[in-house]
Design a protein around this ligand. Sequence first.
Ligand SMILES: [Zn+2]
Length: 258
Amino acid sequence: MEGSKRFGNVDYYLLTFEIPGFNGEGLYGVNVDEYLNGIGFEYDLTEKDDKKLEKIAPVSAIQQLADIAKTALKESRTQPEKLIFSINEATSLVDGKYIFKSIVGKEKIAVIKLDFFNFPVKTLDYWNATVWHEVLHVKYFVEGRLPTMYPVYYSDFFDEGPLWAFDCLLDFSIDGWLEKQNKPVLKADVDLKQYHISHFTRLIQEHGYPVDEDSIVSIANDLWGRETDIHEIWEIMKKIGLDFDENSPIGRYLRLMF
Ligand SMILES: [Zn+2]
């Protein structure tokens, strides 16, 4: 194989977490292949092939992600030690579950993970909104308002508790803030708060928990655009009947901390 410029392997970081994976996994390694504007990029492809890399992560698109991330970090005053996009080649249709997921370690190294077959051609508005949203998730971890967590597929956690509720409740805070500050948001053409209320309500129903729509509306109104933290989120969850199994990693953590 010819030498590649973009598969640089210039840095390696090992992230550790307050909440381990559900099989006790505690370490998450990330390579940086190249930096653009100070933002790191990891390319995890089945082979180190430059042509394939250009298809999955074209330089022009990567540059765009770096520019948006840089602006979002600055304007939202989010200060991780390092921000790295981890771009992974999806190898099957069940991959691609990680299209945008923020992973932050105790070291305040932040990774935004994406699984692609090809770089999805989306509008600038889409990338703007999605990167902004994830950067605000990063902010929550970096500022210690949410415990750092080993990355899991939510589906793996379905037996252990409603991890998805974390995200729904956080999203009231995050998207509310983005909307109030006139920052880019996904679903800019709909009533965003109503969209999140319906999404949360549907998930609660799908997972077989009883739904009290009035409480969900008042939770959304209260959290919309304001900061919250893990303590408050867990209190809200318990109040509406969503809790974690005490033997799950999250349940154990929450019961030890609060
Ligand atoms: Zn979110």
